[in-house]
Design a protein around this ligand. Structure first.
Ligand code: PEP
Ligand code: MN
Length: 340
């Protein structure tokens, strides 16, 4: 249930409605919007009984039954686009934000080289994995804390905030010491204890879509995080498994405008993992921005032939710079600047 307040409702009237919701045994979530405040109600298992107790209060315009199973992430709940700040860099809103960096942190030199190169080309957030979710247990698993330290050094040198994956609840305190944004990988999108744990922090979260997850599954995964109190969530389309194995995954760009319709959360696209081939990355990045994505996350490596992970889908810095110019022009056609 969503309580829509009148445009001129006072703070006191909003507080009275929240108190009534609490007295009924539910949880109120006031969400101020540009024109009026809406108050979401959670904690109810079925329809709200005695809704008239809320309806009759001063300042209440209408009660809307929310028919989608997610509430806090829904557009009905929060009409304006949410903007998530990652160490001062916004994702969502008017601009298009580009996150770039290596798949995995391999060494100090590699990470600093790539960080400087992507920054020079216009990226504003650095990516890099220290804990890698690998399909094979025999593949390189990441440098762990040593990798996090290298990312922190790259942040100190470039000033770029960093996003890195947290794979389990156990390592969350360690990752929190270094990361500006916590990445939940595709394989962990439905790891509910992990979603709850990051939801109890105040750190921005990059939530990647699972390869067999519907958009509703993704929105419900985000709901777990918001329901714990953390609303700084950015969704990421990174390709799904389909019958066609020409590319590594199938980029499902239709979800970008669909997220915009259903949710207030920013949505970005990962053209690197979606395609698995570097040649595909620039065209898919351009298409993602044309479809309305709030940003991109792109893998870049200074020596892809020797990359320990995902070299075949990594752009070299020069190609990344060319792609950035194209993306800038596509974004400009939609009156969106690249976040500087
Ligand atoms: C990654 O971004 O490094 C990654 C492993 O992505 P995904 O979880 O989407 O496979
Ligand atoms: Mn990768």
């Amino acid at each position: 249930m969503l309580v829509v307040m009148e445009a001129h409702a006072t703070a006191e009237q909003i507080a009275t409605v929240c108190d009534e919701i609490t007295a009924m045994g539910y949880t109120p979530h006031p969400m101020p919007g540009p024109t009026r405040t809406a108050i979401g109600i959670t904690g109810n298992r079925g329809p709200i009984e005695q809704a008239a107790r809320i309806q009759r209060l001063p300042g209440v315009a209408e009660l809307i039954r929310v028919t989608v199973p997610y509430k806090l992430v829904s557009r009905e709940f929060h009409e304006a686009d949410s903007v998530v700040s990652v160490g001062g860099v916004p994702i969502g809103g008017s601009g298009v934000t580009v996150i770039a960096g290596p798949c995995t942190v391999e060494s100090r030199e590699q990470t600093l080289n790539v960080a400087r190169a992507v920054q020079a080309a216009g990226a504003t957030i650095l990516r890099g994995g220290a804990f890698k979710p690998r399909t094979s247990p025999y593949a390189f698993q990441g440098l762990g804390e040593a990798g996090l330290k290298i990312l922190a050094e790259a942040r100190a040198v470039t000033g770029m905030p960093v996003v890195t994956e947290v794979m389990d609840v156990e390592n969350l305190p360690l990752v929190l010491e270094y990361a500006d944004m916590l990445q939940i990988g595709a394989r962990n999108m439905q790891n509910y204890p992990l979603l709850r744990a990051v939801g109890r922090t105040e750190r921005p979260v990059l939530l990647k879509r699972g390869f067999a997850a519907t958009l509703q599954d993704l929105l419900l995964a985000a709901e777990y995080i918001l329901n714990e109190g953390n609303s700084a969530v950015v969704l990421c389309e990174r390709g799904i498994r389909t019958f066609d194995d020409t590319l590594r995954f199938t980029l499902d760009l239709g979800v970008v405008p669909m997220v915009k319709l259903l949710s207030h959360l920013p949505v970005i696209v990962d053209p690197s993992h979606a395609s698995g081939r570097w040649e595909q990355v620039p065209p898919m990045a351009r298409a993602a921005v044309a479809a309305g994505a709030d940003g991109l996350i792109v893998e870049v490596h200074d020596n892809p032939a020797f990359a320990v992970c995902d070299g075949q889908q990594s752009l070299v810095p020069d190609r990344f710079a060319v792609m950035m110019e194209q993306v800038r022009r596509v974004a400009a056609a939609l009156d969106r600047p690249l976040t500087a």
